[in-house]
Design a protein around this ligand. Structure first.
Ligand code: ARG
Length: 460
């Protein structure tokens, strides 16, 4: 009776119910059903090509697998935990449908190379989805940068007012992060898209298979070099999880900005109602819950990365059942990162910036102190001395409770007689930003060049 299991030939007793429940993966790896069908179809085509099965058997397998696809899509497929995983569920249904050809499908294949293939195809498909979502987010940030091209705000270091910057420059800083994430995923995908099929259980097969042909049918660019590595390697999933973690780190930083900027003490941005929630007790509240939750979800994606790193540590060659623990963290991270990037793109598009509040904030914190120092240095004073003299001007303004530009010329000249009437134009935030014309700086030409570069990439 234990022979009900596909591997049950040598078993006399049934698996205990608790063990069946503990070891099954079909409750979650059914997510890989499409990849499993594609992999099996390619494997059957290759077996027929090499004369291991007949063309009629291949066709029966292909038709049977298409029936399975329709059943799954229609929600009619009955997933059974007694068949452990997605692979054996599909194979057993196929055999039910087409008989003997179904039993030949697994020739020259093991679940070890099968699962590695399915998972690689799945990770690659999700990477494609993440990349598309990142593109949307870069477009959203570029759109806001363009729409707010005249808006200035305080730039911060140490979360203290530092120098005036263009809002566009600030937003594009994030666009470049997500652009790098996109490039990183493109690079990672090259290592994901390697076919392990043909490695079989661990040592390769005695059949004269053609792994390059299965790879080609699946649109994969490369084939494994070593069968033992092929069935035990999960570097591709780790790399994808690292890329996902870094995407979340970048999102989390942006979330933090949105949380700060929407605080009434800043008031730089108004949270759209669709992306905020109220309080059940405090009627005045409009909370940035979406941004907070996204910041919080960053932890679970890091957790997925750390979890899988830990699972893989110390595994001897080759396949070990520990490897089944690769899927849940990836599936969870995938849901999180894809939804987060997509929702961030929508939220960025819906943000309404308060240029007036940002402009007002430029009036405190002596953000133009560097301008005065540079002004003096341009007139010949060594920069270190200019820095010191400006510090004295700041101290004086602070003592009087005024801005640097409110100090009368006589007071500024008392600090250095290099100061003239033209100093006031230099102290304006617009001038400070405009003068940072250096490539990559916050000046308007640099910002326009960045936008242009991003727009050209988005149009590719
Ligand atoms: N469900 C398994 C996994 O995800 C498939 C491979 C099982 N292989 C085996 N030799 N038990 O890893």
């Amino acid at each position: 009776m234990a022979a009900r299991k596909m591997w049950g030939g040598r078993f006399k007793e049934r698996t205990s119910a608790s063990v069946e429940d503990y070891t099954q993966s079909v409750s979650y790896d059914r997510a890989l059903w499409e990849q499993d069908i594609a992999g099996s179809k390619a494997h059957a085509a290759m077996l027929a090509e090499r004369g291991v099965i007949s063309a009629a058997e291949r066709d029966a397998i292909h038709q049977g697998l298409e029936t399975v696809r329709r059943e799954i899509e229609a929600g009619e497929f009955v997933w059974k935990s007694e068949f452990e995983d997605v692979h054996m569920n599909i194979e057993s249904r196929l055999t039910e449908l087409v008989g003997d050809p179904g039993r030949k499908l697994h020739t020259g294949r093991s679940r070890n190379d099968q699962v590695a293939l399915d998972f690689r195809l799945f990770v690659s498909a999700r990477i494609a989805a993440w990349r598309e979502a990142l593109r949307g987010l870069v477009a959203a940030l570029a759109g806001q940068a363009e729409a707010n091209s005249d808006t200035l705000l305080p730039g911060y270091t140490h979360m203290q007012p530092a120098q005036p910057v263009a809002l566009a420059q600030h937003l594009l800083a994030y666009a470049w992060m997500f652009r790098r994430d996109h490039a990183r995923l493109t690079d990672c995908d090259r290592r994901v898209r390697v076919s392990p099929l043909g490695a079989a259980a661990l040592a390769g097969t005695t059949y004269d298979l053609d792994p390059a042909y299965t790879a080609e049918l699946l649109g994969l660019e490369a084939v494994f070099d070593n069968s033992m590595d092929a069935v035990s390697d999960r570097d591709f999933a780790l790399e994808a999880l690292f890329c996902a973690s870094l995407v979340m780190a970048h999102l989390s930083r942006l979330c933090e900005e949105i949380i700060l900027w929407s605080n009434p003490n800043f008031g730089y941005v108004r949270l759209p109602d669709a992306f905020a929630t109220g309080s059940s007790i405090m009627p005045q509240k409009k909370n940035p819950d979406v941004a907070e939750l996204m910041r919080g979800k960053t932890g679970r994606v890091y957790g997925a990365l750390m979890g899988l790193l830990t699972t893989l540590k110390g595994l001897p060659m080759t396949y070990n059942r520990d490897l089944q623990e690769d899927k849940e963290p990836f599936l969870d991270a995938d849901r999180t990162v894809f939804a987060s990037v997509s929702i961030m793109a929508e939220m960025v598009t819906a943000l309404r910036f308060d240029a007036g509040r940002m402009r007002a904030a430029l009036g405190s914190g002596f953000l133009n102190a560097t301008e005065l120092a540079d002004y003096l240095a341009a007139k010949g004073m060594p920069f270190r001395d200019a820095h010191h003299a400006t510090g004295a001007a700041v101290a004086l303004a602070e003592e009087r409770g005024v801005r640097l530009e409110d100090l009368p010329l006589a007071d500024l000249r008392a600090i250095s007689d290099l100061v003239a009437e033209d100093v006031y134009a230099v102290l304006a935030p617009e001038a400070a930003v405009a003068r940072r014309a250096v490539a990559g700086g916050t000046g308007p030409d640099s910002v326009a060049a960045q936008l242009d570069k991003l727009r050209r990439w988005l149009a590719e």
